[in-house]
Design a protein around this ligand. Structure first.
Ligand code: 5GP
Length: 120
């Protein structure tokens, strides 16, 4: 779905183990797995297990402060786990004009990135 929607997404199926994913990290609140179409040698998606209205960053409210912090903190934990000591990139796409395709908020963790510009 490339249009904003409150409908369940493919990520719910991954959370519920209805479709397989290459999971690299999981805790009570957060799940992280490798992107099926990687844009860099390391490309991991970090998502909240409960969407709670966070289809996109533009929908963030004060109640989301904790989960938003957790997503970024988890990116750092996974970066270390992946051996990205020399650095990594974090991307959040928002909305139809921000290249977002899955309306369940997610942080992209990119490692060993070849491109040097702001966008792929
Ligand atoms: P967005 O464009 O919304 O920021 O990123 C969505 C990402 O989800 C894309 O990079 C896409 O490759 C990834 N993706 C879409 N469907 C699946 C899937 O079924 N499994 C996995 N692992 N990644 C997916």
């Amino acid at each position: 779905a490339s249009t904003p929607s409150d409908s369940p997404t493919i990520f719910d199926k991954i959370i519920n183990k209805e479709i397989p994913a290459n999971v690299v990290y999981e805790d009570e609140k957060v799940l992280a797995f490798r992107d099926i179409n990687p844009q860099a040698p390391v490309h991991i998606l970090i998502i909240p297990k409960v969407r709670d209205g966070l289809t996109r960053l533009a929908k963030a409210e004060e109640r989301h402060f904790d989960i938003l912090g957790r997503l970024l903190y988890t990116a750092k934990v996974i970066a270390k786990q992946e051996g990205l000591e020399e650095g990594f990139r974090i991307v959040i796409n928002d909305g139809p004009k921000g290249c977002q395709s899955v309306y369940h908020i997610h942080v992209h963790l990119l490692g060993d990135v070849k491109w040097s510009g702001l966008l792929a």
